[in-house]
Design a protein around this ligand. Structure first.
Ligand SMILES: [Zn+2]
Length: 384
């Protein structure tokens, strides 16, 4: 076993670590050792390292943690998007179009498509991601979707309960999802998820699905309150979920439940952008002491972006967050939403996952929307 040489990262315009005392500082440096952050502090006090890496006055931020994506699919739905922009509403049933294409694709096609999307995310600064199944909706297709996802992340999520496929009743399908499909999926999955929404699964069905997953050793998470008000967020809080995702339509009771349970509200602003739904009020959540995360929800139907910087810009423009709050939600917030304590910040002991921005500070992520500011992405102390 040879040890990696240590690296001192220097000449950083602004370093964001999420140190509670100094979240972002100028004139800072940090040391990478064995793939982790070994030291951070003022550059003038930096300890000796085997090599030095000069970032030329650019900003360094923790790598993005995208806690919600649906990368295992085939085909696209650009025409459906175009129709929505012309005024047609989004409906959950469009998922079935992708299900047909995904079932028809080979394992190799699915794998290379996911690899391309993961590469696209890396180029935009994402260093940790979650990937869901949910476009197979048969025992075999859900299991192989998760096996593909597992080649790219440890955070794989079984979403057999995405929508009821054609040819079965909801009752029959919930029995399948909680029976043979769960058995086949569980060896490849860390999490279980359910789309609790009109047109997908109601709260009773969601409870049955999540309980079955918990019984099989999976950790529960949920899609809720995306297309309208409903019982999903309160169910997530009652069950003590780590995170509940979308939270587009929230009542005061929902917000109180989120605060009291500590369940993280994962906001997916690319979805509101791509479906023309109203953006949730991120500022109101923060002011109510609700913890938030931001993720892409990258999927072919309701939001086909892989860009965390784009989601940050939307959260600042449309959800009332400051650029610093949005970056925090997209890094340490995402890590918390995945119950990961090894990523999401650049404090000593964390994995050396970071992005070098071609910008003097992190404010530019929102200030310069649509501009490819991520110049380099490092994972585990290695440039990717
Ligand atoms: Zn989703």
């Amino acid at each position: 076993m040879s040890r990696q040489p240590s690296t001192l990262v220097t000449n950083i315009g602004e370093l964001t670590t999420w140190d509670p005392e100094r979240p972002s500082t100028e004139g800072a440096a940090f040391v990478i050792e064995d793939g982790k952050v070994a030291w951070t502090g003022p550059a003038v006090q930096a300890p000796a390292a085997d090599t030095a890496y000069d970032v030329g006055g650019r900003a360094v931020i923790p790598g993005f943690v995208d806690s919600h994506s649906h990368l295992v699919f085939a085909g696209d739905r650009a025409e459906e998007f175009t129709a929505r922009m012309a005024g047609q509403p989004y409906a959950a049933g469009g998922i079935r179009t992708t299900v047909r294409a995904t079932r028809a694709a080979s394992d190799e096609q699915l794998t290379s498509h996911v690899a391309n999307l993961v590469q696209e995310m890396r180029r935009q600064g994402t260093t940790t991601l979650e990937i869901k199944s949910g476009y197979g909706l048969t025992v075999a297709d859900e299991a192989r979707s998760l096996a593909v996802a597992g080649q790219f992340t440890e955070d794989t999520t079984f979403l057999g309960a995405h929508v009821v496929p054609e040819g079965v009743t909801p009752e029959e399908y919930v029995d399948q999802v909680t029976g043979p499909m769960l058995e086949a999926a569980a060896p490849h999955a860390k999490w279980i998820d359910v789309f609790c929404e009109t047109g997908a699964f109601d709260a009773d069905q969601a409870r049955v699905v999540l309980s079955a997953g918990i019984g099989r050793g999976l950790k529960p998470r949920m899609h809720a309150n995306q297309l309208g008000a409903g019982p999903g967020v309160r169910l997530a809080c009652e069950l003590g979920l780590v995170a509940v995702d979308h939270c587009t339509y929230l009542s005061d009771d929902d917000i109180t439940a989120l605060r009291d349970s500590g369940t993280i509200a994962t906001l997916l602003p690319g979805v509101e952008f791509s479906t023309k739904h109203p953006f949730p009020d991120g500022r109101a959540l923060l002011e109510a002491d609700v913890s938030i995360a931001i993720a892409t929800d990258c999927n072919p139907g309701s939001c086909f972006t892989s860009s965390m910087p784009f989601c940050i810009a939307l959260a600042v423009r449309e959800m009332g967050l400051t650029p610093t709050e949005a970056l925090a939600a997209a890094t340490r917030g995402g890590a918390a939403a995945l119950a990961r304590d090894d990523v999401g910040s650049l404090l000593p002991g964390k994995r050396a996952d970071f992005a070098v921005l071609d910008a003097p500070n992190h404010l530019h992520l929102a200030y310069r929307p649509g501009v490819p500011l991520v110049q380099e992405t490092w994972v585990g102390g290695r440039r990717t």
